[in-house]
Write a protein that binds this ligand. Structure first.
Ligand code: DGY
Length: 438
């Protein structure tokens, strides 16, 4: 284990561009929003100072409206598509920052979790380190609250207690079969020509989204540009709009985590009160989607008015945010443990696959259509620990460390064979390992 931790630390140093860590060396050579949050979780045990720098860089790219963009582009780095020219946010979006280049969409709000981990580590260190973390919190508290306020207002305009996404990439689970039906209704118009850089890095096409999918991804970017990335306009113009139950659960937890941090550090009472009210609203919003017997949650396709029932990780959203009746929660945990998910008899490790192996749309090697993502295991393990399910949390950690012992720090793994897939040297995979071993 010491050796694995050393290798993970070495990996993060290798991916360190100075004030940001690239999500992965070649496939993702910039900073991604939720990657950056997890990366700072992994940096915290190595250096609280460096972890704080990571979040500072991300937050310095925050938009005027409060959105944290899904990519902050590294200066002078090419080799990723769509890059700054394609997003064109500085030409079109009134809210885009002027000092640096970003994308024009967002990603799951896991940042408060990272702040909590950083403060935890700082507490155990000396006075100087505690000072660094405390100053960070004072400096960035208003930005963190602004970020949450934007999600609660701009992305839940009807106050359903669920976050609306306008691009599958905003879910972080880009090509999950959850989004297939919604994407089927996206009819690409004139998409300016493009070259997929990702296929030059990952040459096995079966591990990445298809070209048909990419045309839709790119068309949605064009639609956003036509609406100038305006929060109100997007709500009516985008041909893709879904309520993501998993992101909503993450948001609920993140609001509670941030509220607790606020209380412990004497932040404005009004902010804390708002955060708690969003935590409650989104917890209830998640519960409202669940099946009465199984407890499984569902996304909602806003454009077609249909519930999305694909068997994926999204079903387990209420395990993160809580609020299910005891018996129902037990049923959902049984589903999580059972043969439709972690407990499939032929799985190499008892870990949650991105899509159920018995689902029609399951693909064992393809990105979010089946593979196991270590960072998602981390998120469940963290959330289970937080809910007081210590043994479950440790079991996931144990299995994930066995999976990671191959030393590839892969982006995702084939569930039956344990083959590492996608990008190797993925920063957030190393970060998960560091937190577990830290
Ligand atoms: C990619 O490029 O595949 C990313 O996941 C988009 O954010």
């Amino acid at each position: 284990p010491t050796q694995l931790a050393a290798r993970a630390a070495y990996l993060l140093r290798g991916n360190d561009l100075g004030t940001m860590t690239s999500a992965a060396p070649r496939l993702y050579p910039h900073m991604w929003s939720w990657d950056a949050a997890f990366v700072s979780v992994g940096l915290a045990p190595l250096s609280v100072e460096r972890a704080v720098v990571e979040l500072d860089t991300l937050l310095s790219a925050q938009w005027g409206n409060g959105m944290i963009p899904h990519i902050v582009f590294a200066n002078g780095v090419d080799g990723y598509f769509p890059g700054p020219a394609r997003w064109a946010v500085r030409d079109l979006a009134a809210d885009a920052p002027s000092g640096l280049h970003t994308s024009g969409i967002t990603q799951p709000p896991v940042h408060a979790i990272a702040v909590q981990r950083i403060l935890d580590h700082a507490r155990r260190r000396g006075r100087t380190t505690r000072g660094v973390a405390g100053e960070f919190l004072d400096r960035r508290w208003p930005d963190l609250v602004r970020w949450h306020r934007w999600l609660a207002h701009a992305r839940d305009q009807q106050e359903h207690g669920r976050i609306t996404l306008y691009h599958g990439w905003e879910s972080g689970m880009d090509n999950s079969p959850r989004w297939d039906a919604a994407y089927a209704n996206v009819i690409p118009g004139d998409v300016p020509p493009y070259v997929r850089e990702d296929q030059m890095v990952i040459t096995d096409a079966s591990q990445r989204p298809s070209n048909v999918e990419y045309d839709r991804y790119m068309w949605l970017v064009e639609e956003m540009k036509m609406s100038k990335y305006d929060d109100i306009a997007l709500n009516s113009t985008m041909s893709f709009a879904v309520e993501d139950v998993f992101v909503s659960a993450v948001f609920s937890v993140a609001c509670d985590v941030l509220a607790t941090i606020g209380e412990e550090h004497s932040k404005p009472h009004a902010d804390v009160r708002d955060l708690r009210s969003w935590a409650d609203r989104f917890r209830a919003g998640v519960i409202a989607t669940t099946n009465e017997r199984s407890g499984a949650a569902r996304d909602f396709d806003v454009r077609s008015g249909r519930w999305i029932t694909t068997e994926t990780l999204a079903m387990f959203a209420p395990l993160l945010s809580g609020g299910l009746p005891r018996d129902t929660e037990r049923n959902l945990l049984r589903l999580f443990d059972g043969p439709r998910f972690c407990g499939h008899p032929d799985f190499k490790f008892a870990l949650p696959p991105s899509t159920s192996p018995v689902a029609r749309d399951f693909r064992s090697r393809e990105y979010w259509r089946g593979p196991v993502w270590p960072v998602i295991t981390w998120l469940f393990s963290w959330a289970f620990g937080r809910r007081g399910w210590t043994e479950r949390s440790l079991m996931l950690r144990e299995e994930a460390l066995r999976q990671a012992s191959d030393g590839s720090f892969a982006e995702y793994y084939e569930p039956f064979t344990g083959e590492p897939l996608g990008s190797m040297q993925q920063s957030w995979t190393a970060a998960s390992v560091l937190d577990w071993l830290g």
